[in-house]
Design a protein around this ligand. Structure first.
Ligand SMILES: Cc1ncc(COP(=O)(O)O)c(C=O)c1O
Length: 405
């Protein structure tokens, strides 16, 4: 596998003078293979899945359920019925936080534990649950490089903890949290574990069974699949006990004027017409990533990240957040340049056809913790090259001068 072989699979990179796409944490590009899988669904199997009794609808249903099996095996879930299709990580986390109280008692005096570095999607839903139940939101505080100590875990996860929810990989620091240690601490006190895998699934071999987590949420669009399809993995025992999230068609067993009984899992959580085209694309993305291999993905990301961090070091006034070790960044480099507003930096890079993200990255409590309002984030993936990294460095080196410093 070489980076050039991979790049040939993407329309954007085949174009004349493609931009340097360093905004992969926001969303990745999509390979032809994935686009074709979505297209195939709509061209050859389009009917409303799970409803019709005619061949075309049965084919649509089969494709949708096959996609579920592919995703289950991609993340090591024991049973495809533990895979609920949602729109994205945000919806998955909202579903869990809205419905968990029907399976687990949460009351005043209990704790819900998150970390200070959570994306808003893994914070606001827990804020609401905390307000509704009276349970206290407790924050695990990493050090300023994003490292969470064993002592902090043992201090914050206590007998009162009912839920522990945190990002597998931070979308600002790019650092992997001590997942095994946190899950084990949560299990010791009988707490439910929820992992936000949005920044992990495309970058490392995730095995929910080996992790032993109760829930795992992620988005298709950050792992080469289309927008509008996401996953909520949940252990069967919890899913069976939990009330449904949304009510309506597809998720029922029997309805009378006054009442309803619900379908079995996972369909109980998939109200309304499903996104079967998106699910087909997501399954294709799982196959594409498996074929590419996590060894290659990790090597290429680390090679480019290493080069970037080494060269960025020489830029006057630069501050890179997180670990000094490029292999601990999972392709994410967040930074600021002294006296330069992150939006200005991103605009100057854009003038050189370089795409990066600037802002608070939906992690305002983390920005407050770091004592900044915002920062620039460059995020690379398996298809990014050292030449692109050099273009980025050349452009970034000019920023201060362009701004008159
Ligand atoms: C760590 C993390 N969690 C959750 C999300 C939300 O993902 P989505 O917008 O696909 O729901 C993101 C998106 O950037 C993220 O980085």
């Amino acid at each position: 596998m070489t980076v050039n072989t991979i790049r040939r699979d993407f329309e954007l990179f085949r174009s004349v003078d493609p931009p340097v796409y360093f905004d992969n944490s926001a969303t990745t590009q999509k390979p032809d293979y994935v686009i074709k899988a979505c297209e195939d669904f709509y061209r050859s199997s389009n009917a409303n899945p799970l409803r019709g009794l005619y061949d075309l609808a049965i084919d649509a249903t089969d494709r949708y359920e096959d996609a579920r099996k592919t995703v289950a095996s991609f993340i090591g879930a024991g049973d495809p019925c533990e895979i609920v299709f949602t729109r994205n990580t945000t919806e998955s986390l909202n579903l869990i936080s809205e419905c968990i109280a029907s399976a687990v008692e949460i009351k005043e005096g209990d704790n819900i534990v998150v970390t200070v570095s959570e994306h808003h999607s893994n914070l606001l839903p827990w804020q609401r649950l905390s307000k509704r139940t009276g349970a206290k939101l407790v924050f695990i505080e990493p050090d300023i490089t994003g490292l969470i100590s064993d002592e902090e875990i043992d201090k914050k996860i206590t007998e009162r903890t009912r839920i522990v929810s945190f990002a597998h990989v931070s979308n600002v620091w790019g650092r992997e949290n001590p997942v095994m240690k946190m899950i084990s601490a949560a299990k010791t006190v009988g707490a439910v574990t929820v992992i936000d895998g949005a920044q992990a699934v495309a970058h490392m071999d995730v095995d929910v069974n080996a992790l032993g987590c109760d829930f795992y949420a992620f988005s298709g669009h950050k792992m080469l699949a289309p927008m509008g399809i996401g996953v909520m993995y949940g252990k069967k025992a919890y899913l069976k006990k939990m009330d449904p999230y949304m009510l309506g068609g597809e998720m029922i067993e029997y309805v009378t004027r006054e009442d309803a009984t619900f379908a079995e899992i996972p369909h109980k959580f998939e109200a309304g017409t499903v996104n079967a085209g998106g699910a087909s694309g997501l399954a294709a993305a799982c196959r594409y990533i498996s074929k590419t291999g996590f060894n290659y993905i990790r090597d290429q990301e680390t090679r480019v990240t290493e080069f970037l961090m080494k060269e960025m070091y020489w830029i006057q006034g630069i501050k890179i957040y997180g670990s000094n070790d490029p292999s601990e960044h999972h392709g994410i480099i967040s930074f600021n340049i002294k006296d330069c507003h992150p939006h200005d930096v991103a605009s100057i890079l854009n003038a050189d056809h370089i795409c990066v993200r600037a802002g608070h990255h939906c992690a305002q409590p983390l920005m407050q913790y770091m004592g900044i309002g915002s920062c620039v984030r460059a995020s690379v993936y398996a298809y990014n090259t050292l030449d692109e990294a050099q273009r980025f460095i050349d452009s970034l080196s000019r920023v201060r001068k362009v701004l008159g410093y």
